[in-house]
Design a protein around this ligand. Structure first.
Ligand code: NAD
Length: 355
């Protein structure tokens, strides 16, 4: 059993903690929190041991009637691997704490790449994290792009990928983020940092990205144009992507027109927290012109990196092969949405623009 601690129990940390607790070969030692808020209550209700992330604030937990299992250093010492789910930049400051205990750590995509020995995506470069002391699971956008570009490059060859990312302004609980009535280039410089971040896990793939942020909280939307080295038809691309368990091809018959319906679908499917761990690619958007592939996908920013964290732990702490680790993670979480609709739709005719 791999003993795993989670330091930073927010949007990503709480989901990763649940995923670890669901693994047959992992034990969740506990989670470290800075304060006894509603998320601390949720952790306790799930039976997770709580540790004080900041020693001076331990009294706040006592005052709130919460029993702590210990301090952050106790959690790190008792863990074989720590997952750092702290806000961007805090992970880097935590690294010396993990090093002091000789405890390997998994960082998140908000950290600079040099926080870790290796940037990680389970589909693109699992083996690179083998036995690493520190790994960084790349961001939600980078994770999604890597999952698509890796199989496309392996089978058809990617000459050049151009991606427009329409990023959610903030997560649902982030009331301090925006915009609330605008679409803002973010970053305004082109290309954005996402392409180079993809290259930390897929160094050979030529990819340029540009990004805006929009007043939505549910999901990111990506528009891709990938120039391939061969000329498959859209059905062949569809078949390839359909084989990827972490890619869901949205069937035309499902009548899912955007992120709202997708999240509704996830809740109808009884997904915990309405989470979509898979890239969601609209089947009708799959279109090939010569060697140019086009598609739209949506990405649930709170969820897609969660299975990647689980696989990163296995890559670092075990000899389990990549495909087996991914399969174990998928099975334990229920990843791999399969629609009952037996559609094979891809892009069809052109529709006249009305604006
Ligand atoms: P979050 O703010 O939701 O959660 C971070 C948690 O860490 C909060 O509960 C906060 O109170 C706690 N924290 C703050 N300082 C701490 C400290 N010193 N010790 C322990 N805990 C501390 O943030 P998040 O969205 O979960 O992001 C975490 C990381 O994951 C970042 O690197 C981010 O870039 C990355 N990430 C976020 C998303 C997303 O969409 N939310 C997606 C992919 C990757």
């Amino acid at each position: 059993m791999i003993r795993v601690g989670v330091n930073g129990y927010g949007t990503i940390g709480k989901r990763v903690a649940d995923a670890i607790a669901a693994q047959p070969d992992m034990t969740l030692v506990g989670v470290a929190k800075t304060r006894p808020n509603y998320e601390a209550e949720a952790a306790l209700r799930r039976g997770y041991d709580l540790y004080a992330a900041i020693a001076e604030r331990a009294e706040d937990f006592v005052d709130a009637g919460v029993t702590l299992a210990g301090q952050l250093d106790d959690l790190i010492e008792a863990s074989d691997v720590v997952v750092d789910g702290c806000p961007a930049g805090v992970g880097e400051r935590n690294r010396p704490r993990y090093a002091a205990h000789d405890t390997p750590a998994v960082f998140q995509g908000g950290e600079a790449a040099d926080v870790a020995d290796v940037s990680f995506n389970a589909r693109a470069n699992f083996e690179d994290a083998r036995d690493a002391e520190y790994a960084r699971v790349v961001s939600c956008n980078t994770t999604a792009l890597s999952r698509l570009l890796a199989p496309l490059d392996e089978v058809f060859g990617v000459e050049k990928a151009r991606v427009t990312l329409i990023r959610r302004g903030g997560d649902p609980a982030q009331t301090d983020r925006g915009p609330i009535n605008d679409v803002v280039p973010d970053p305004v410089e082109i290309p954005s940092h996402h392409g180079p971040d993809v290259n930390t896990v897929l160094p050979g793939v030529d990819v340029d990205t540009l990004a805006v942020k929009a007043p939505v909280t549910q999901m990111h939307t990506h528009g891709l144009n990938v120039t391939l080295r061969s000329t498959p038809d859209a059905a062949e691309v569809r078949d390839l992507l359909a084989e990827e368990s972490r890619v869901f091809i949205i069937p035309e018959e499902a009548d899912i027109d955007g992120g709202g319906a997708l999240k509704d679908y996830a809740m109808d499917m009884d997904r915990p927290r309405g989470d979509l761990w898979e890239n969601c690619v609209w089947g009708e958007s799959l279109h090939v012109e010569g060697s140019d592939l086009y598609l739209f996908e949506n990405v649930h920013q709170e969820a897609d990196v969660v299975p990647e964290n689980v696989d990163a732990i296995r890559a670092m702490a075990t000899g389990v092969p990549a495909a087996e680790s991914r399969a174990r993670t998928d099975e334990s979480l229920g990843i791999g949405l399969e629609s009952l609709f037996e559609t094979s739709s891809t892009g069809t005719g052109l529709v006249t623009a009305d604006d």
